[in-house]
Design a binder for this molecule. Sequence first.
Ligand code: PGA
Length: 261
Amino acid sequence: MRDRKPFVGGNWKMNTNRTTSAELTRGVVDALAPVTGTDIAIFPPFPYLLAVRSILRDRGSSIQLGAQDCYHKPDGAFTGEVSLDMLKDCGVQTVLAGHSERRHVLGEDDEIVNTKLRAIVEAGLTGVLCIGETLDQRESGHTDPVNQRQLRGGLADVSADALEKIVIAYEPVWAIGTGKTATPEDAQDVHAKLRKLLGQMYNADVAKRTRIIYGGSVKASNAEELFRQPDIDGGLIGGASLKAPEFAGIVKAAAATGSKG
Ligand code: PGA
């Protein structure tokens, strides 16, 4: 049975430009060159994927190239969308599905998130399925049912084998970009419940080997206590991934906690 190697993703969202995306990539590569034992991915905006990829390649970096979204159809009349074949052609290895901003700002529901996730896996790429409750849902006591519904919905018709290529990101919406982080205990509680649910949906092996990462105002200063929790296998980082030393600090915290399982 495979251990759960930590995974840390840097989601740049709609930030950086041609110059700063290149600078940030170089900064991250340099700061993380000595770090091993952790899967690292960066998710630049679409227009900068190729330039970021060539920096990663030139420097022989093992940092994975990620995309923040995709469209599930292979080609055709879908103005403004980007297919998985196009992303693969640009060297993308990992794709986010269902980030809270896609769900809550751009109106994606569990069905479209599931369609995208299945397409990502069928394309042979790694999918990061993002789920998480809003503040209203948490305050009204609906944290568990919301996360269960999003996990079940996102993984509908996804096989146990396909879970090898999927990372689950629990990101409470109220913690994203707000500076408010879930306490390590609260986050651990949700992660443990999600892992238990994976056991019910699939089997004990899938539950044990699937990485569940946390996202929501993770910083270098709070990363280690989060990642030390037994069911937290790394993080999806927004704001703090835009500064190379801060992102590097978070990755190092993940590397320090090591693999679990
Ligand atoms: P944040 O974003 O770290 O800025 O809270 C996390 C995310 O949206 O993935």
